[in-house]
Design a protein around this ligand. Sequence first.
Ligand code: UDP
Length: 497
Amino acid sequence: MALSGEEARAPKLRVFFIPFFATSHIIPMTDIACQFAKRPSVEPTMVITAANAALIRPTLDHSASSGHTVQLLLYPFPSAAHLPSGIENLGSVSSDESWKIYKAVDLSRDAHDRIIREHTPDAIISDIPFWWTTAIAKDLGIPRITFHAAGVFPQCVMNNLVKNRVHDHVPTDSHQFTIPDLPGPSIEMVKSELPEFLKQRNHLTRAWDDLKKSQLESYGVVVNTFYELEHEYCDYYREVDCQRAWFVGPVALYDEQGKAGRGGGESEAARENRERCMRWLGGKEAGSVIFVCFGSWCCFEDEQLREMALGLEASGMEFLWVVRSGDHGEHVKTEWMPEGWEERVKGKGLVVRGWAPQAAILDHEAVGVFMTHCGWNSLLEGLGSGKPMLTWPLAFDHFISERLMVEVLKVGVRVWDGFRSTSEKEKVVVPAEAIENAVRKFMEGGEREKMRKRAAEWAEIAGAAVAEGGSSYKDLNSLIDELFVLQHERKNGKHIE
Ligand code: UDP
């Protein structure tokens, strides 16, 4: 690395990482912070609330045990958000209460302002919702890098729809239209599958202009993706949506040994789940298991869970299925289970309630296919492990990202081709037969092998991107190098623009 000789003698580069209150943002940001810690003279700090810090302790401890320390700087979760003590994460609230998490975002502004001014780090890497950090950083003459948990492709699609609003002029919610001004193949969407904020005014519609302005005015953007995966979109994004961009993923591949501990915290339940999943997979044949997981905050109604249970059973596949409890996490519901089902699937299916070590599970050779909601982290983790996907998008940008996997990269197939919507009240219950058929068709048809091959090729490319000399490795290190240069210039009186 160009600066490493001088770097050892240089003053510490203190970088603050400030993630949004969602596990799917906290995990990749922590992964990046741990990579920063590997560089001599870099001192990364996660600026985070207490309950969210507990989720990343295993990752931080693992990193520290290799000599790469990431500091923690805690700030109080805003009590005016009116959530019970210890509830600080999108994944810990029901969908009815998610607005309280977004309210907490707005209420965190003063704490961020105070902490950043008090400590004056050399750089801030803060999550997209915390738009005020660009202005605070400018005021102090330090760079703010915007962090995006979503991929470049879904970001470009959403940006173009905000600008062009073609979806406002379609005759029905199921009418197909083309995403305007996008590089690459033509991408068709339907209005019902767009993120809620594009269909009706919500907290994000109101915040959008502030978020965009602060992203464009920030020093640059860091994204958990790799250039090879979305290169046309990455080039376009660099041109239109930011001053600079660094593509540094898939971050799940940075630390193979630390995968099992990501995001689950140190609770007894998380530890037990980790051991149970890996032990169960250990007894299964290569490629025989379907891994079913829908991210860190999405939930299903009981009726849908019941159909899913019956569909998985009827598919004849072995399955490892993560079911989220859908409440504050103290109570795990079982009302959805069909009578006698748990007994019938014993040995063939493992249901995990709460948190499972997804990245480690996906790496396991027993897993043959990943049924996913198409959250960005999940897609990158699936690809990074070379697993083809059965896609079941649920909310926000999932339906957009699904198109990258299914239509552009061709590494997955849709579970359900009927009416689909991001809106809770419009959701159609996907019947058991449709789930059974989708799984059977995928397992028995010739497509599976082709998709498996393509996914395996992507896993190689992803691995090469984060390995020494790869595109993500270079981007990550050039970001750190640039922050060193800015620190040096600032010490010599130059103000960051
Ligand atoms: N995850 C996990 N275990 C679970 C559920 C989720 O490890 O039981 C992790 C998963 O590996 C990924 C993240 O949580 O890193 C989910 O992020 P994604 O962007 O896929 O979806 P979201 O949570 O935003 O819906």
